[in-house]
Design a protein. Sequence first.
Length: 312
Amino acid sequence: MMECKEKIERKALTLGFDLAGVTTAAPLSENYRRSFQDWLNKGNAAGMEYLGRNIEKRFDPSKLLDEAKSVICVALNYKPPPNIPVGPCRIANYALYEDYHEFIKQRLFQLADFISQSTTGKNIRFRVCVDSAPLAERLLAQRAGLGAIGKHKSLVHPALGCQLLLGELITTLELPPDEPFEENLCGDCVRCIQSCPTGALGGDGDFDSRKCISYLTIEEKDSIPENLARKIGNRLFGCDECMLACPYQAAAPGCTNKDFQFFPQRGVLQPEQILNWTQKDFEQYFKQSPVERLGLERLKRNARICRKNLSL
C-alpha cells in the first residue's frame, strides 16, 4: 500500500496541487475539541453560528463518510505574482483568483477517479471536502505532514509559506499515513500578532473573530461598528496582514499553477466605481469569484467604509 500511496500523492501534484499528504480518518485529539468548544463559549465565533454545529464531525473525519479509513490532504499555493497593480481598495489575495472551491473540488474528484481506476476489485468510496464541510482542515493537514499551524491560525509550510488553500479527500481506502508535522515554525516570532490592525490575534494565542477584518468584511451581515470600521482602512474584502507579516510567506514562491485563473484587475477598484454598480455590473465583474457570495449590498457597505477611511 506504500507504493499505492506514493502514486496517489504524485498524481495529486500532477493535478496542480503544491502539497499532498495522507493521514488516518481517526478522530483528532479530544484536547482540540475541548479548546474549540471553549473558544465558541467565549463568543469568539461572532455571527458564524454554523461553527457550533456538527462539532463531533469537525474533529472526526469518519463521521463524514461511513467506514472511512484515510484522509488525503492537499494544498494549493496562491501567492500572487510580484508587481501586480494596486488600487485604492484592497482585496485579499485569494479573491484575486477564480473561486477556489470549485477549482479544488474538480481536481479532488479527478484524484478519486484515478484511485478507483488504479485499485481494481475494491469498492472504494470517497467524500470531497473544500472549506464547506464541518472539518478541522488545518489540523488534519498538519497531521498529514503538510505544515504547522502558526500563531495566525493558518497552516504554514517552511518553503511555501501560509497563503495555502486546503482540500481533503476522505476515503474508505486504507493508506499508510504520513508523519505529522511536529516542528514549531513560529518560535518566538510574533510578527503576525503585531501586524493585526484590530488586535484580533491575542498575545495569549487566542483569536477573536469579532475583531477580525476578514470576518467583518466578509461574514458580518449587519453594519460594522465605527471603532472597527476605522481600522479596516482600505480593505474592501478580507485581510492578509497577519500572513504577509510571516517570514515564511515573504520567502515563499509565487503560485505556479497556470490553470488557476488570476484576475489582477480586481485589485484596482475605486470605491465610487463600486457604489455606482448595478447588480448586473457586480455579477459580471465578480463572476466565479469568492467575492460573489458577499453580494452587492455588503460590498457597497465595505466600499463606503473604504471611501471614508481614504478621505481621512
